[in-house]
Design a protein around this ligand. Sequence first.
Ligand code: ADP
Length: 248
Amino acid sequence: MGGAKTDLKLIDENGLRLDGRSPNELRPIKIQTDVLDNADGSAMIEWGGNKIIASVYGPREAYPKHTQNMDMAVVKARYNMAAFSVDERKRPGPDRRSIEISKVVSEALQTAILAEQFPRTQIDVFIEVLQADAGTRIAGLTASAVALAAAGIPMRDMVAGCTAGKVAGQIVLDLGKEEDNFGEADLPIAQLVKSGKIVLMQMDGDLSVEEFNKATEMIDDAIKRISEIQREALAGKYRDIALEEGGE
Ligand code: ADP
């Protein structure tokens, strides 16, 4: 980020990006629920080259006791990148970046969950990045929301997110790895799907007000498409249950 020098041509003469996408085009996104037996809910997301598993445990009694909130459940998300998730082996364990991402994702999920229904409990969300290809915080959050719903945790609204940014002077949706590294700005946003309320927003680089507005409009529209993929993943889960109960 920050417009680092590169010989790569991020946008070609036809206005297409390195992977052939148009400015407003998402990478392919696939979500599958219930990929883990031992979690209360889980989801695997493949988003471009990202491969991420989100798993949910709880609500269960918050421990240690002083972490309990008498009025609501506390949502604790933990974002972790596997050592093999990036080109050069990443040193295992938490670092400043993962601690920051865990915090902002926890807060976004907390807003979406009807946490007041489960006082004194905690809901743990583990986000394991198996393969990273830019946009992992947003992909992890989007998968977590599906995992929470799959765990049967009541939510006031679904959460989904997307990134937009500026590369080679143009506003584009859903930055890929090179665009993230060599672009001029990166703006990840997550929203509650029905209300449109923004629950996560961070920015790297610089944008004019007009560019910012264009980026947020693109994201707003993309989130509607992404939430449809979330909805289909969950519909698939409940279709499977109905078939099982129907004895087929
Ligand atoms: P996000 O994944 O949410 O876009 P960043 O903008 O911090 O978060 O990171 C962009 C991308 O840079 C990541 O998706 C990943 O591909 C890569 N990356 C992040 N941290 C590391 C690291 N420690 N080592 C190698 N690559 C990394």
